[in-house]
Design a protein around this ligand. Sequence first.
Ligand code: PGA
Length: 251
Amino acid sequence: MRKKIIAGNWKMNKTVADALTLVKGIQAELAGSTEVEVVVCPPFTALKSVGDVLTDSQIKLGCQNMSSENDGAYTGEISHTMLKELFVKYVILGHSERRQYYKETDFWVNKKVKKALETNLRPIVCVGEKLEEREAGNTEKVVEAQVRGSLADITAEQFENVVVAYEPVWAIGTGKTATSEQAQEVHAFIRGIIRDMVGEKAAKGLRIQYGGSMKASNAKELLSQPDIDGGLIGGAALEARSFVDIVKAGL
Ligand code: PGA
């Protein structure tokens, strides 16, 4: 049985004060609950304060990007050592916004995934097609290339610490959710590629989140699909009530 994992991607939102209000709200509602793994990914500037609130909590700390390098002259970048110092456990990599606005390619995502795994951080690796790609019938082709490229050379054993997030780009922040059938189809497809890459055991154990306008009202149906093992939540993660309701839908 794969344990469901719900992660909040706060993107470039929340000052330290606002982040503290949000995490305390989530914490108050979910204290002691362990059935679903819960992760919050604040912006870098709020990691320390949010992490302090989460000491001894079941809720885990994640971030939204990291450097593929160890240290040195990389202006503006953040290293694994700096993140681990703040007790970060998960790192979102290859989000479509980073692919689109900052031209991150599968090559770079793969470098970061490898660095995360080498340093005991757990990557949440995002893949997903754009609207025009879906409409042209290229969803599988695009997703397969991203999965194979971003996860190249990762061993079956390392896969135990990987989470994949399927996020159709046309569903992110648009209010348009993939239907549970559409999502399930791609999730099963991704699991099949992993099986081909590293074998049955790793494929069966891999958690694949859905992301893209997931909210309390559609979470239950999405999360009841056999290959949907959680959610990566943007907009609905910015408020404690709506985020907690999604977590509860996963119970
Ligand atoms: P959304 O974002 O829930 O606002 O669609 C999801 C994501 O980008 O991770």
